[in-house]
Design a protein around this ligand. Sequence first.
Ligand SMILES: NC(=O)c1ccc[n+]([C@@H]2O[C@H](COP(=O)([O-])OP(=O)(O)OC[C@H]3O[C@@H](n4cnc5c(N)ncnc54)[C@H](OP(=O)(O)O)[C@@H]3O)[C@@H](O)[C@H]2O)c1
Length: 325
Amino acid sequence: MKALVTGGNGFIGSTLVEKLLHQGHQVTCLVRRQSDLRWLQNLPVAYSYASLSSGEGLEQAVAGMDWIFHLAGATKARNRQGYVDGNVTITRRLLQACRPQLGLKKFVYVSSQAAAGPSLAGVPCTETDEPHPISIYGECKLAAEKEVLSLSRELPVVVLRPPSVYGPRDRDILVYFQNVNRGLVLVLGKGDQQISLVHVSDLVDGIILAAEQSASNGKVFFLSGDGYYDWNTIGREIAAAMKKKTITIRTPLWLLHLASWAECAVAQLTGKPALLNADKVREMVQPGWMCSNQAAKQELGFAPQYTLAQGVRQTSRWYRENGWL
Ligand SMILES: NC(=O)c1ccc[n+]([C@@H]2O[C@H](COP(=O)([O-])OP(=O)(O)OC[C@H]3O[C@@H](n4cnc5c(N)ncnc54)[C@H](OP(=O)(O)O)[C@@H]3O)[C@@H](O)[C@H]2O)c1
């Protein structure tokens, strides 16, 4: 198959590109002139410099493609407009370029669990639940999903919602590994927030399955690993994988808000988006982020391979080998 991947140089995108190439597909990565291409170096991929922001060159970029994997998105932004531009507008532009195209076999949009919102009353979210995003990021991912699904009569589209993704090359959950390396497990409050997780390798398997299955057309799927975990358990698993003795430090909520406020103040001065912005904090304080992978298992044949223990062991090994720990 001929595949166009947006966001192909990022954490999830580059893992997807490797797997597509491994399976014998032909891959074009849509990147920006300033994109860091370190994960794609030495891979036999073509590049497109079409612009998702202006639309320039997009019709040529999508022409003749069998699969389009749309992973490009702003996970952090300075303000609401940044999230809208970086998620909704770029998705609309890409879809507009695809509309007149004949022969596209699948447009796969990688959305997020944030579009669905947190799990309520300790019950994992399913695809039939009414979305209730609580962050601007989540609202924008949901708005982008709607753009995609509104074309489901004209185009074979599918929307995928991963929960938090971990694995080699990830820089977000890396922080927990770094803390464990220092002998610390930092948890918020009691650390009892229950979450879903997915290893990046399992996620990209699911993304490719969703492209292959015609039964996925017009549908939404959560792609999460098996099981639900609280942060005490995740910390313990990371410590076991790294063979580290740790002490657990419980961070009170007020300290989280203070840290966020300080980081946002610095971000204002530097002009860069803060990692721990108010949006992120709102997500962190929810009681649960659990989602069910039953529909993906039944309808796509999704079969996550990594247990949490195996996943964090493989990830910590990669961090060490690459000097990230
Ligand atoms: N990581 C997670 O835990 C997670 C969970 C759920 C959903 N997701 C979704 O998965 C997707 C990939 O996430 P990731 O973790 O792999 O993030 P990432 O490593 O930050 O990669 C994001 C990619 O999107 C590209 N991009 C962003 N805005 C763009 C634009 N306007 N034009 C062209 N390219 C643009 C970036 O290109 P540059 O390098 O040029 O900036 C980068 O390649 C995102 O849509 C995210 O919302 C991620």
